[in-house]
Design a protein around this ligand. Structure first.
Ligand SMILES: [Zn+2]
Length: 327
C-alpha cells in the first residue's frame, strides 16, 4: 500500500487552493471551491461545486457540475503539479527518512532515461479507473477526427513523464503486439507529435500490409486508418531502408510545405507521389483547407471509410512533367 500522510496532503491541498485566488470554504467533510476542471458555473461566479471529500477513503475530488471524480492525490498531481511534488517530497522525508542512503542511490540510477518507466504512465482511454478529464478529452478528440471506436479503443493516454498529457497511438504488429507508438499532444501549445526514441521500427502498420500489393505511404497514423494497405512514416525519413520491403510504393505525403518539398525530392528519385491539387479538384474540395486524408474524411463526413488504391491510383505520378500539378 502506498503511504499517504494525511496531514501533509491536507496542507498541500490548502496551499494549492489558496494559490488559485478563488478561495475555498472549509466544511465538515472537506473543502468546497470552484471546479477548475470544468470552470464551474458560467452564470454564477459564486457557485462552488468542486469538493475535496475527506470523509472518503482515499480522499476524493468530486465536482457536482462535471461529475469528475478522482482521488484527491491525483487531482493535486494533475492540476497542481508543483504542490504535488512538494507534498511528495515532504511525505518521502517523513516516511523514508531512515533509509535515506538507499534512496539516494536509487535516484542516481533513475536519472538514466528508461522508456519502460514512461510506459508505466499509460492508461487505456476506455478503461480509465479515475475518470480523468484528459481521458474524456482524448475520446472527444478521436470522435472529432472520426477515428473508428474499434481503433481508438486500443489507444492510451499518458498523464505524466515525457509523454504527459498526450494521446498514445500504439503500433500493433500482425500478432497484436505493440512495437512502437506515437504520442500526440492534447494541449495545443506543445510539440505536436513525439515518437518513441528507442524503437527499432517507427513505421505505423508496417507488419499488417501486404508488401506484394501497392503500399501507400502516409505521414501520420491517423491518416493511415483511412487508407487500405497503407503505412505511416511518423517522422521516419523517406529514404529509410525499412521501406525497401515494399516494391510498389506510393507516397501520399501531407498537403503542406514540408510534404511538398519531400514529394519533390521523391519525384526526382523516380518515386510515385500524390497530386493533391488534382485529387482535391476531382472531389470538389480545392477551396477547403485540406492538409491530409483525415481532413478529407472529416470534410466529407464519411465515417468508417477507407480509400482503396484503385480510387487513389489516378492521382499518383512518377513523371517529372506532372510537376505542373504540384505548383
Ligand atoms: Zn467540474
Amino acid at each position: 500500500m502506498k503511504y499517504v500522510n494525511f496531514d501533509v496532503l491536507d496542507k498541500y491541498i490548502r496551499l494549492a487552493l489558496e494559490s488559485t485566488g478563488n478561495g475555498y470554504t472549509t466544511k465538515k467533510n472537506g473543502y468546497n471551491f470552484r471546479c477548475l476542471i470544468c470552470g464551474d458555473s458560467k452564470k454564477s461566479k459564486k457557485k462552488k461545486r468542486g469538493w475535496i471529500l475527506k470523509n472518503k477513503n482515499p480522499w476524493m475530488y468530486h465536482c457536482f457540475n462535471c461529475n469528475c471524480s478522482i482521488p484527491a492525490e491525483h487531482w493535486l498531481k494533475l492540476y497542481f503539479n508543483y504542490y504535488y511534488n512538494e507534498y511528495f517530497k515532504e511525505c518521502y522525508k517523513i516516511d523514508l527518512g531512515i533509509k535515506q542512503q538507499e534512496v539516494k542511490k536509487n535516484v542516481v540510477e533513475e536519472i538514466k532515461y528508461s522508456e519502460v518507466d514512461e510506459v508505466r504512465h499509460f492508461i487505456p482511454i476506455i478503461m480509465d479507473p479515475y475518470n480523468f478529464a484528459l481521458t474524456k478529452y482524448a475520446i472527444e478528440y478521436c470522435k472529432n477526427r472520426m477515428i473508428p471506436f474499434d481503433t481508438y479503443s486500443k489507444w492510451y493516454i499518458s498523464l505524466e513523464g515525457k509523454y504527459h498529457h498526450r494521446l498514445i497511438i500504439p503500433f500493433y504488429d500482425d500478432k497484436g503486439k505493440i512495437y512502437s507508438y506515437q504520442a500526440r499532444t492534447l494541449i495545443n501549445d506543445e510539440l505536436k507529435y513525439i515518437n518513441r526514441v528507442d524503437a527499432k521500427n517507427n513505421i505505423y502498420n508496417y507488419y499488417n500490409v501486404d508488401p506484394l500489393k501497392p503500399v501507400i505511404i502516409l505521414e501520420g497514423p491517423i491518416d493511415s486508418i483511412f487508407v487500405s494497405n497503407s503505412i505511416a512514416l511518423t517522422g521516419v525519413k523517406i529514404n529509410d531502408s525499412l521501406l525497401n520491403k515494399f516494391k510498389l510504393r506510393y507516397f501520399l505525403l501531407d498537403n503542406d510545405e514540408s510534404g511538398f518539398e519531400k514529394s519533390m525530392a521523391l519525384l526526382t528519385e523516380g518515386e510515385y507521389i500524390f497530386l493533391w491539387k488534382k485529387f482535391l479538384t476531382r472531389i470538389k474540395m480545392l477551396d477547403k483547407k485540406i492538409k491530409d486524408i483525415n481532413d478529407v474524411i472529416i470534410g466529407k463526413n464519411i465515417a468508417n471509410y477507407k480509400f482503396t488504391f484503385k480510387q487513389l491510383q489516378p492521382f499518383f505520378t512518377n513523371s517529372i512533367f506532372d510537376k505542373v500539378y504540384l505548383i
